[in-house]
Design a protein around this ligand. Structure first.
Ligand code: FES
Length: 399
C-alpha cells in the first residue's frame, strides 16, 4: 500500500491511495469506474498476477481511501493524479485499463502526458469519446433528462440511490447478473465516496468531450473498445450506430498502424538511438587515467564510436555517448546517485548495466569493458549478452 501525493503546493496536497504488489511483472494500472474505488478490481488481481503482471489499483480522489478535497474533479486534474501515481512508482511499459469513467483518465492522460511510459491501453466500456447527447453528438448515450434524474437521485437520497444504481448496473435486460453479496460489496464501495466528489465526477464523465484526446492514442486496443461498443449496440438493435462504431474502430486501427509506422520509420520514435559498438579490436587506450575526474562524464572514441567514460566511487565505466531515447550527448549529462542522467529528458542509466533506470528511454546504452594499463584507460565493446554483468574497472587498477 502506498500513499502518493498527487498535487503539492499551497492548499492543494492530495493523497491518493494506491495498492501496488510491486515485483518484476509488467505494470498494469487499473482505473475504476464511478462511484467505486480501486477495490472494485479485486476479482481481476489474482488472474493478472498469475499471468506474471503487476496489477496496480488506486482510489480516485474523493473515493475509497484517498483524500476527499472539495475540488479538483475535472479530467485534467484526475489525469494528473494518474500521472502522479505512474511517476511516483516510476512505472515504465505500463498498460492502462480504464473502466467506464476510468477510460476518461486514460484518454486525458495520453493527451496531457504522452505515451512514453505506456505499453498499451484498454478502454473497457469506457466513457470516451463523449457521453453527452448534444447537437454535435446526437448519438451520445446520455441524454439530458437521464443525467438530471441521476443527479437528482444522488442529491436527494444517496442511501437509496446507490443500491438502485448498482442493481441496474449489474443487470442485463432487467435480470441481475451479480449475487446479492456482490451487490452489497459494490454498494459499500459507493458509500465510501464523498458526496461532492460523486456529484462533480458525474458532471465530469457526463460532459467531458474526449474526441480531441482520442487521436493522440495510437494503440489498437482502443478499437477493441469500439468493437465491443458496436457489439452492444447491435445486440440492442441500434444498427446504424453499431456500424459507425465498428467503422471508427477499423479506421483507428488503420490510422494507428499508419501513424506508428510513420513515427518509427520517418521520425525514428521508439527506435534505439544508442550507437552500437563497432567490431571489437580488443582493448584500446582512449584516455590517460589522470585526465578523468570524479563524476564528470568524459567523451572518448573507440574505432570512431563515441563513448562516455565515467569515474564514480573509484570505478571507471564506459557506455555509448548517445542516449538511446533521442541521441542526446551523454557526455553533457551528470551523475545522480551513481546513475548517468541524460541532459535532454532526464532518463537515468545504470552505469554497471547500461540499462535505463527511469525513462523515457527504454533501451540500454551500449556498454564497453574498461581497464587501466600503464596509466591509460583502455576500453573494448562488452559482450551484449551479459547485460547484467559488471564491465567496469576500479580506478588505478592497472593490468
Ligand atoms: S534523449 Fe530523451 S532521455 Fe535522452
Amino acid at each position: 500500500m502506498t500513499e502518493v501525493t498527487a498535487h503539492s503546493g499551497l492548499l492543494s496536497k492530495v493523497k491518493v491511495h494506491v495498492e501496488d504488489p510491486g515485483g518484476p511483472g509488467r505494470p498494469v494500472v487499473l482505473i475504476h469506474g464511478w462511484p467505486l474505488s480501486g477495490a472494485s478490481w479485486s476479482e481481476q488481481i489474482a488472474p493478472l498476477t498469475a499471468a506474471g503482471l503487476r496489477p496496480i489499483t488506486y482510489d480516485r480522489r474523493g473515493f475509497g481511501s484517498s483524500d476527499k478535497p472539495s475540488k479538483g474533479y475535472d479530467y485534467d486534474t484526475m489525469a494528473d493524479d494518474l500521472a502522479a501515481v505512474i511517476d511516483e512508482l516510476d512505472l515504465q511499459d505500463v498498460s492502462l485499463v480504464g473502466f467506464s469513467m476510468g477510460g476518461g483518465e486514460v484518454a486525458r492522460y495520453i493527451s496531457r502526458h504522452g505515451q512514453d511510459r505506456l505499453h498499451s491501453v484498454v478502454f473497457a466500456s469506457a466513457v470516451p469519446p463523449y457521453l453527452a447527447q448534444t447537437d454535435d453528438n446526437p448519438d451520445g448515450p446520455l441524454d439530458q433528462a437521464t443525467a438530471e434524474a441521476m443527479e437528482g437521485g444522488l442529491k436527494s437520497d444517496r442511501d437509496s440511490f446507490f443500491p438502485e444504481f448498482v442493481t441496474k448496473f449489474f443487470s442485463v435486460d432487467g435480470t441481475l447478473k451479480a449475487t446479492p453479496a456482490q451487490v452489497d460489496e459494490a454498494v459499500a464501495l459507493c458509500q465510501q465516496s464523498d458526496q461532492t466528489a460523486a456529484l462533480d465526477c458525474m458532471q465530469a464523465f457526463a460532459k467531458t468531450d474526449f474526441r480531441a484526446d482520442l487521436p493522440m492514442v495510437t494503440v489498437p486496443t482502443l478499437a477493441l473498445g469500439l468493437n465491443a461498443w458496436s457489439f452492444r449496440d447491435r445486440s440492442q438493435g441500434r444498427h446504424a450506430r453499431a456500424r459507425r462504431a465498428s467503422a471508427l474502430g477499423y479506421c483507428l486501427v488503420l490510422a494507428g498502424s499508419y501513424l506508428g509506422g510513420h513515427l518509427v520509420f520517418c521520425h525514428r520514435v521508439g527506435v534505439d538511438h544508442s550507437q552500437p559498438a563497432p567490431p571489437s579490436r580488443g582493448f584500446l587506450a582512449v584516455l590517460p587515467e589522470a585526465d578523468l575526474t570524479q563524476d564528470s562524464p568524459h567523451q572518448v572514441h573507440y574505432e570512431g564510436a563515441a563513448v562516455v567514460l565515467v569515474l564514480h566511487n573509484r570505478r571507471i565505466t564506459a557506455v555509448s555517448a548517445l542516449c538511446s531515447h533521442l541521441a542526446a550527448p551523454m557526455s553533457q549529462g551528470w551523475l545522480h546517485r551513481g546513475e548517468l542522467v541524460c541532459p535532454w529528458h532526464g532518463s537515468r542509466f545504470d552505469l554497471q548495466t547500461g540499462c535505463p533506470a527511469t525513462g523515457p528511454a527504454t533501451a540500454p546504452l551500449t556498454r564497453y569493458e574498461t581497464r587501466v594499463a600503464d596509466g591509460q584507460i583502455e576500453i573494448r565493446p562488452a559482450d551484449p549478452s551479459l547485460t547484467t554483468s559488471r564491465s567496469d574497472t576500479p580506478a588505478g587498477a592497472s593490468q
